[in-house]
Design a protein around this ligand. Structure first.
Ligand code: SF4
Length: 303
C-alpha cells in the first residue's frame, strides 16, 4: 500500500515553451474524464491511501479539451465531493493556468497548503525567449494574491539556469527576484539543449560551466529560503502523514513524513504509525537534512 496516491488527470500540454521536449513528445493536452479519475481515486482509497495527489503535464489545463470545455475548478469540486481521504494536493500548476477563483477551494481543510508554480526565470526577456506567456510582475502579483488568502502556504518552483542569451545581468535579476519571493523550496535545472526544440537553434549559448555555477547559487537561495520557511513552524503543532517507519531497537519506531505544507518531519514513537496522521509538535531543525524534528503528541490517529 501507499500513503499517497498519484492520480494522473491529463497528459500533454497546450503551451509552447521553447526548451521543452515534453510538449513535442506528448502532444496537446488530453484530459481524463471525471469518471475515470474518480474510479482511480476510489481504487487508491480502497488500497488505504490517505492523500490524493493530482498530476498531469499541464494539470491546470484539465478539461479544456473536452467537447464541452471544463475548468480545473470543476475537477476540484468533484474530487472534494468524494469522502474517504484526508488530503488533496496539486502537483504543479503553471502560473497563467492558476485562476484566482480556485482559492475558494482551500476553505476545505483537505486541500494542502502547497502550490508548485514553475517560474523558470526571474527576467522578462528570458521568459519571452523561453516562450513563457508571463511577466515577473504578473508572477509576483499571483503569489501575493495567493498569500493574501493563504498566508502560510508553501510556494515551491522550478528554475532553469543558463538559458541561451542569459547574461550575467539577467542572471542577477533572476537571483534578486527569486530571493524576494521567498520560496519554500524548488528545483534548479542547468539548461541543456534538446534537439527538436526551438531553443536548440538559439545562438547565444551559455557555457555549461557558467550554467552550473548559476545553478549552485540559485540552489543556495532555495536552501536558505526553505530553511526560513520551515523555521517559522518550529514550536508549533501540525499534522504529519507518516510515509515511512523503521523499527529502532526494541521500543521505538523512526518515522518520516510530510505536513500538508510540504515540510519533511522526522520523529520517533513507541508504535508504528505508518500511513497515519498524527498531531506533531515541531521542535527543531534536522541537523543534516532539509527537514524538521518533531515530537508525536499522541499515538492515536487524529482526523
Ligand atoms: S508548460 Fe511545461 S510541459 Fe508545457 S511546454 Fe511549457 S515546460 Fe513544456
Amino acid at each position: 500500500g501507499r500513503t499517497r496516491a498519484f492520480i494522473k488527470v491529463q497528459e500533454g500540454c497546450d503551451h509552447h515553451c521553447t526548451y521543452c521536449l515534453t510538449r513535442i513528445a506528448r502532444g496537446k493536452s488530453h484530459s481524463r474524464t471525471l469518471n475515470d479519475i474518480s474510479r482511480d481515486i476510489q481504487a487508491a482509497l480502497a488500497g488505504g491511501a490517505k492523500e490524493v495527489v493530482l498530476t498531469g503535464v499541464q494539470l491546470g489545463g484539465w478539461g479544456q479539451d473536452f467537447a464541452e470545455s471544463k475548468r480545473l475548478g470543476e475537477l476540484l469540486d468533484h474530487i472534494l465531493s468524494i469522502d474517504g481521504y484526508k488530503r488533496l494536493r496539486l502537483s504543479s500548476i503553471e502560473p497563467w493556468d492558476f485562476s484566482q477563483d480556485l482559492l475558494k477551494f482551500w476553505s476545505d481543510e483537505r486541500l494542502c497548503r502547497h502550490l508548485h508554480i514553475p517560474l523558470q526565470s526571474g527576467n522578462d526577456r528570458i521568459l519571452k525567449a523561453m516562450g513563457r506567456p508571463m511577466t515577473i510582475i504578473e508572477y509576483r502579483e499571483l503569489i501575493e494574491t495567493i498569500r493574501n488568502k493563504l498566508p502560510e502556504i508553501a510556494i515551491t518552483t522550478d528554475l532553469i539556469a543558463g538559458f541561451p542569451g542569459e547574461s550575467q545581468e539577467d542572471f542577477e535579476a533572476t537571483l534578486a527576484f527569486v530571493s524576494s519571493i521567498g520560496f519554500a523550496g524548488g528545483h534548479v535545472f542547468t539548461y541543456s539543449p534538446r534537439p527538436g526544440t526551438a531553443a536548440f537553434k538559439m545562438k547565444e549559448r551559455v557555457p555549461v560551466s557558467t550554467g552550473k555555477e548559476r545553478n549552485a547559487i540559485l540552489r543556495k537561495v532555495f536552501n536558505e529560503s526553505g530553511h526560513d520557511y520551515r523555521e517559522s513552524f518550529i514550536d508549533r503543532d501540525i499534522k504529519v502523514l507518516w510515509e515511512s517507519s523503521q523499527k529502532n531497537g526494541d521500543e521505538n519506531w523512526n518515522l518520516s513524513g510530510l505536513t500538508d505544507n510540504y515540510i519533511r518531519v522526522y520523529a520517533t514513537s513507541s508504535s508504528d504509525l505508518w500511513n497515519q496522521i498524527s498531531q506533531v509538535h515541531l521542535k527543531a531543525d534536522h541537523p543534516r537534512r532539509n527537514a524538521l524534528l518533531g515530537n508525536v503528541k499522541d499515538d492515536t490517529e487524529t482526523t
